[in-house]
Design a protein around this ligand. Structure first.
Ligand code: NIG
Ligand code: FE
Length: 414
């Protein structure tokens, strides 16, 4: 098997572990100067200081000198809607003029507008656009990404979205974890019958998706004017009984008990949480559910950020993700995400790094294989332009990626 040693890494910064880190443990980052990583095939074989590593592992290895560069784990973007048809610039302008996201949604704009356009997209178009967006994400150091359906809502378009994700996962470097988000919005066919739509998803869609193994997770937008907590619970408990993991868009615009529900259902993550209640924070802290925060969405909607400090200080495991989508957050910018988390949400940089790597991995059920630079994990690494990982935020909102390794292979060089 091919062996490569990345040697003389100026600073190797990584959280450690095979599960989400909670509370104060998020701040415990391992930083090694003049470090080396031994890659064998797709995996990491050893990590340590360069002298020790070279004396034990250099035979037959290709050695690459990374002096002058810091290295961090590949970023895990655990919440995205990267497949969609068309764009909604007019809606963005309406919001700038004072209209609210929810008012536009309730008036039949918003998600419904993208549903219309996505239903009209061919598989080829979807594939081409998705591929280009993944290339952009890789350039920013994203090596694994969760992707949601939810812009078809009907049978064929939802299946098309999930199949395109499966194809893209095989054909380009960014690993994709697919999530069925049929519960993104009530489709026009069911306008006054949301309960009928929930039943239809349980009866028709979940068995199909399970049979073709098209999604690992099922998600729902639990929000005032979208799906109630009771409807969310019904869909997600059915999904969970069928063996899917579950996720919830929770407490984004109104506090509707989404976080509490996620904990009760043992969901892998509760996402957004801008309006989470104190009870929700307490519940999450004592649970295995990751609190996934999406600061770029709060930024784009000009809403107050989720209470990251309160969540971490209460002992929760926090992940950060982009929420890349054509409506509430048309940016997948990882540099912006770091800046908002650290400067405006008052997370420390070690916490933010943990949130975007190990805890992101936990939020898609993959912390055993990705999210940190340790022996036995997949060799997914980001080489930065500068010798100190602090540049991730100090050089504010500017891409710091020099090179990306996915499964041991250099897949992007800038
Ligand atoms: O996570 N909140 C619901 N879904 C997306 C927005 C989708 C859209 O507006 O198209 C979100 O913000
Ligand atoms: Fe989302």
């Amino acid at each position: 098997m091919k062996r490569t040693i990345l040697a003389h890494i100026a600073e190797l910064a990584t959280p450690k572990g095979r599960e989400a880190r909670q509370g104060a443990r998020m701040n415990e980052l391992s930083v090694t100067r003049d470090a080396a990583v031994v890659i064998e095939g797709e995996n990491i074989l050893a990590v340590g200081d360069t002298d020790t590593i070279l004396s034990s592992y250099r035979d037959g290895a290709e050695i690459r000198d990374l002096s002058g560069h810091a290295v961090v784990p590949g970023f895990v973007d655990s919440h995205t809607h990267f497949l969609f048809g068309g764009y909604r610039p007019e809606e963005f302008m309406m919001r700038l003029a004072g209209e609210s996201y929810l008012a536009i949604h309730k008036a039949g704009g918003g998600i419904e507008c993208t549903v219309e356009k996505t239903r009209n997209e061919t598989e080829e178009q979807m594939d081409r656009e998705g591929r280009a967006r993944l290339r952009d994400a890789l350039q920013m150091g994203v090596t694994s990404m969760e992707g949601k359906s939810g812009y078809g809502l009907d049978r064929d378009t939802e299946l098309r979205m999930l199949r395109v994700m499966r194809k893209l996962d095989k054909e380009q470097p960014v690993e994709i974890t697919p999530t069925y988000l049929g519960g993104h919005s009530v489709p026009r066919e069911y306008r006054d019958r949301p309960d009928g739509y929930i039943d239809w998803m349980i009866r028709e869609m979940l068995p199909l998706i399970r049979e073709e193994r098209l999604a690992a997770f099922v998600d729902i937008f639990c929000e005032d004017g979208v799906f109630t907590a009771a409807q969310s619970e019904k869909l997600l408990s059915a999904a969970s009984a069928m063996g899917f993991g579950t996720k919830i868009h929770a407490d984004e615009i109104m506090s509707t008990g989404g976080a509490e529900l996620a904990v009760g259902l043992h969901s892998v993550s509760a996402d957004h949480l801008l309006m989470i209640s104190d009870q929700g924070i307490r519940d999450l802290a004592g649970s295995g559910t990751v609190a996934t925060l999406l600061p770029c969405t709060a930024f784009c909607l000009a809403k107050p950020y989720a209470p990251a400090r309160k969540l971490i200080d209460a002992g929760c495991a926090v992940a950060l993700a982009s929420d890349y989508n054509p409506g509430s957050c048309f940016t997948g910018s990882i540099p912006l995400l770091f800046a908002l988390a650290v400067i405006h949400m008052h997370m420390s940089l070690p916490e933010a790094l943990c949130a975007l790597t190990l805890n992101g991995a936990a939020a898609i059920g993959r912390a055993d294989r990705i999210g940190s630079i340790e022996p036995g994990k997949q060799a997914d690494l980001v080489v930065l332009n500068h010798p100190e990982y602090e540049f991730l935020v100090y050089n504010t909102a500017v891409n710091q990626v020099h090179e990306v390794y996915k499964k041991g292979v250099s897949v992007c060089h800038r």
